[in-house]
Design a protein around this ligand. Structure first.
Ligand code: TNX
Length: 493
């Protein structure tokens, strides 16, 4: 039985298998450089699934399976306009992956990776592997399938973030949203304001040494992610969650006095002040710097939990941040609160707070042209504890077990929201209580695979009982790659 996450749109079995001990990957229709990189990446992904010792037969010809990657605009489901669609055929001659673009070819390769079945050694021979004869035709439900990672409360450096990108790509997720600043730290170099990272990045919520991404780190991370067709969406959170900046610049405060560094986990106490002369230049500098270094279309300006500001002043901040980000050539993204202010059409608002009953303002904003990204905290906040006694995470939005992350319907979470306004689904992991990379992955896995299926798979193709089975199969890859995960009792591992 094949075991794919996220479940594709259509999988047909032709009956039969082809064995393999190695692969020869060839890409056609891409420029030379792109072809070579994709061949290399796909070869490494597939070889990792083969048993040690495979690929080196003692006698006979090497049995490398041909894997052809072909750019083909007609690939994928009939009528799909997604530029990530793909088709995959495995038969006795090998595997043919086709897609209109390289992103779909990598998605097809991730599907192929999950199709490889280990074949145990028998009669003194080496263990090998086989692939079932299948035809897969697939496309995502939503164009934005993401994960937000808070690197402000505890810092995760480039190596951990590359590991996150690998896991995103494994489940066909395509956005890494980085929450780069908060009360506790400024984790990105801002060239016009070098003091920010210098004075506000060497600490965290548990007395650790903190850290920040240099521009070179940020660029290298974007390149790594881009090779895996993951876009980085950076966030500087304003006008609240801003103590890391008011700690550096007293002129952002009405009393002119810089605030103390903060290592606690309260939210909502810090703020900018619109009418101070230093405020707009500060916002222009940090957002323009960030937009310049960002390859993708989106820049996130936060906007959440400003608990000490009147709506008028808040709305002026929203208008100004949108304007600065648009002038820098990017599309603004903000947390749901921003939808209480008038927004320009096309701005993306991110729903998160499942305690707020009246979301009329959000549905109204969507009808007026905002796009909506869904991150309901009681489903996809992957910093929530799995169970009451779980050692990591928080529980203000409730306990979030694997099934909670799986069993929900995006069109059902915000009353009155036009389905056509939904841009996608994004999980989030806040790190007040998450310190190490193993902690981080323990919170992400297996729940992130559930988020991926909600974001990719049509509701008719989802099935909890089958998903539990598939998660158990996928755990072999996590063990192999040394990734921490939580062995929830909801799965028979
Ligand atoms: C709410 S979600 C926050 C974050 C916290 C998180 C903890 C959101 C937009 N704001 O500042 O880290 O809860 O779960």
């Amino acid at each position: 039985m094949v075991s794919l996450i996220p479940q594709p749109l259509d999988v047909r079995h032709a009956g039969g298998h082809v064995s393999l001990t190695g692969v020869t990957v060839r890409a056609h229709g891409l420029d030379e450089h792109a072809a070579a990189r994709l061949e290399d990446l796909v070869t490494r992904l597939l070889e990792a699934t083969l048993p040690a010792g495979a690929g080196k037969p003692d006698v006979g010809p090497p049995a490398d399976l041909p894997v052809q990657l072909r750019v083909d605009p007609s690939a994928g489901p009939d009528g799909s306009t997604s530029d990530e669609r793909y088709s995959l055929v495995v038969d006795a001659d090998g595997a043919t992956l086709s897609a209109p673009d390289a992103a779909g070819l990598l998605h097809a390769a991730q599907t192929l990776r999950q199709l490889v079945e280990p074949v145990p050694a028998s009669g003194g021979g080496e263990p090998t592997a086989r692939l079932p004869f299948v035809v897969v035709v697939d496309a995502p439900r939503y164009p934005w399938r993401g994960l937000s990672v808070d690197v402000a409360r505890h810092f995760s450096g480039p190596e951990a973030l590359r590991a996150v990108v690998d896991v995103l790509s494994a489940y066909k997720l395509n956005v890494l949203h980085l929450h780069l600043t908060d009360d506790q730290g400024w984790r990105i170099e801002s060239p016009s304001r070098p003091e920010l990272a210098k004075l506000s990045s060497d600490g965290d919520c548990s007395g650790g040494k903190g850290g920040h991404l240099s521009l070179a780190d940020f660029r290298a991370l974007q390149d790594y992610a881009a090779e895996r067709f993951v876009r980085v969406v950076p966030e500087i959170d304003v006008p609240g969650h801003i103590n890391a900046a008011t700690h550096v610049y007293g002129d952002l405060r009405p009393d002119g006095v810089p605030t103390d560094a903060y290592t606690g986990i309260e939210v909502g106490f810090s703020r900018l002040t619109f009418d101070l002369p230093a405020t707009e230049p500060f916002l222009r500098d940090v957002f323009t710097d960030l937009a310049h270094v960002t390859d993708g279309e989106h820049v996130h300006f936060g906007g959440d939990e400003v608990l000490t500001m009147e709506p008028d002043e808040y709305a002026r901040f929203v208008e100004l941040c949108e304007r600065i980000i648009r002038e820098a050539g990017k599309t603004p993204v903000a947390w749901q609160e921003a939808a209480k202010a008038p927004l320009r059409p096309g701005t993306i608002v991110q729903y998160w707070d499942t305690h707020k009953a009246d979301l009329t303002y959000l549905a109204d904003a969507a009808r007026a042209g905002a796009r909506v990204l869904l991150s309901p905290a009681n489903k996809v906040y992957l910093d929530m504890k799995y169970t009451a006694d779980f050692p990591l995470g928080q529980e203000w939005a409730g306990l979030v077990e694997l099934r909670d992350s799986y069993d929900w319907e995006p069109e059902g979470v915000v009353e009155g929201l036009p389905p056509s306004s939904i841009e996608g689904v994004e999980g989030a992991v806040w790190t007040e209580r998450i310190v190490t990379t193993d902690d981080l992955f323990t919170m992400l896995l297996p729940r992130l695979s559930a988020v991926a299926e909600v974001a990719w798979t049509t509701p008719e193709r989802k099935d909890w009982e089958d998903f539990r089975r598939r998660v158990a199969v996928e755990a072999a890859a996590w063990r192999r790659d040394g990734r921490a995960f939580h062995p929830t009792p909801q799965v028979d591992w």
